[in-house]
Design a protein around this ligand. Structure first.
Ligand code: HC3
Length: 401
């Protein structure tokens, strides 16, 4: 075994003991990811509710399908956008910090709100923790100028064997109302690589699908660096008319962290487009300054915990985390006593959903509502109510100024 392949090689000498204790604890762990206790040095000060922003860090690619009049090419652009989000979703943190840290577990009602402003206009993000047991995050991303909307929700189910295996439960729906088109998107399962060396990173497993109301389906197969062959973060995606998998319209192959090529038809060589994930700049998300944020907004709510993590003071971190947890427990007690439930700010449960009903069976997607506390959908009326409260508050401030 080479030196850098030794257990804990990526961890400083002082943290090696706690890392090997953590590895041992994983072997016998059962339960959900939120109750996994990781060593302090691997704790992130970012809450999982923020992860929804990874869906649209390249707003121009997100809105591109709306500018394409051919439905087949539109479906291809949706696939290209989805593939372009993978690097942000699954590799950006380990690339930035050298390892995948354990994110903060969002509390019920936690919010992450922001917008991207660039040549694509304004793209708005609303992310809300809609359930705590089980943990479920819902999101809505919209670009009104181009008429592109994405919404979805996700939960994770973990199993622990040689590593941490994560099954994603949930789905996303991409919509372009001008074309009366919706796309149902499934989420990749993943596992953690590099645990033994103390430098964890995500690798994607199995396959996911995107199927559209316009009659196209894309299947994306993920593979990683095998023992003897294969490249990290590899995939092959094929797009075909729904139900006719052999009639290949496009093939996209490559690495979602590096480059991929789009080929028309089943034959090799007819490359019509390519994408370089490393050369593609992201647009920074703008969020309100902490003092102007709602008390339920993630960065404001967790600021003292984040400060504790930043200076490596686990006493402060623990105390501040306990305060949030206690406050949450008290709220749940009050709700129970008064026979109420926590009113979600932007999302509502739906009994059934036409997109899931029509497109779900095409790709074998079962809603698994029992694992996500139900089916969550963005509630326009609630969002408008929040907006009008904000407007009234601003008007009042202006009047009194
Ligand atoms: C598994 C994961 C938490 C869940 C993260 C999800 C699935 C959340 C939804 C996003 O859209 C996509 C996404 C990306 C990464 C997933 C995280 C990777 C690691 C993290 C575990 C809870 C941390 C495991 C602990 C340790 C020590 C390896 O960091």
């Amino acid at each position: 075994m080479a030196t850098n392949e030794k257990e804990g090689a990526g961890v400083s000498a002082q943290n090696r003991g706690s890392w090997s204790a953590f590895l041992k604890s994983i072997a016998s762990f059962s339960g959900d990811l939120s109750s996994l206790t990781a060593p302090p040095f691997i704790l992130s000060s970012t809450s999982l509710v923020e992860f929804s922003s990874y869906w649209a860090e390249h707003p121009s690619i997100f809105v591109a399908p709306a500018q394409e009049s051919d439905p087949k090419k539109r479906a291809l652009l949706v696939l290209k956008w989805f593939l372009s989000t993978l690097k942000q979703q699954y590799a950006s943190r380990s690339e930035k910090f050298g390892n995948e840290k354990k994110p903060l577990n969002p509390f019920l009602g936690e919010l992450f709100l922001g917008k991207w402003e660039d040549e694509a206009g304004t793209t708005e993000l609303v992310s809300e923790q809609v359930s705590h047991h089980p943990p479920v995050t819902a999101y809505h991303i919209s670009n009104k100028k181009h008429g592109v909307y994405l919404q979805g929700y996700n939960a994770q189910k973990a199993s622990f064997s040689r590593t941490i295996n994560v099954k994603q439960i949930g789905h996303a729906v991409f919509a372009i109302p001008a074309y009366d088109e919706t796309y149902l998107i499934t989420l990749p399962n993943l596992h953690i690589e590099g645990l033994i060396f103390g430098s964890p990173f995500v690798e994607l497993n199995d396959k996911t699908y995107i199927t559209s109301s316009s009659g196209y389906t894309a299947k994306i197969d993920y593979s990683g660096k095998g023992w003897l062959s294969g490249k990290k973060n590899s995939f092959t995606a094929t797009m075909y008319p729904t139900g006719k998998e052999k009639e290949v319209l496009y093939i996209i192959t490559g690495q979602w962290t590096k480059t991929f090529e789009i080929t028309e038809g089943a034959k090799k060589g007819n490359v019509i487009d390519n994408y370089d994930a490393e050369a593609s700049n992201t647009t920074p998300l703008t969020i309100a300054p902490i003092e102007e944020q709602d008390p339920y907004e993630s960065r404001r709510a967790w600021q003292k915990v984040a400060a504790g993590i930043a200076i490596g003071d686990m006493d402060i971190t623990g105390e501040e985390k306990t305060k949030i947890e206690e406050e949450q427990r008290e709220l749940r007690r009050q709700e129970k006593a008064e026979g109420r439930i926590w009113e979600r700010r932007y999302f509502s449960l739906v009994e059934d959903d036409p997109v899931l009903e029509t497109l779900g069976p095409v790709i074998g997607l079962l809603p698994e509502a029992d694992k996500t506390g139900g089916i969550w959908r963005f509630d326009e009326a609630k969002a408008n109510a929040v907006l009008s409260t904000k407007t009234t508050a601003t008007e009042k401030t202006e009047l009194t100024a």
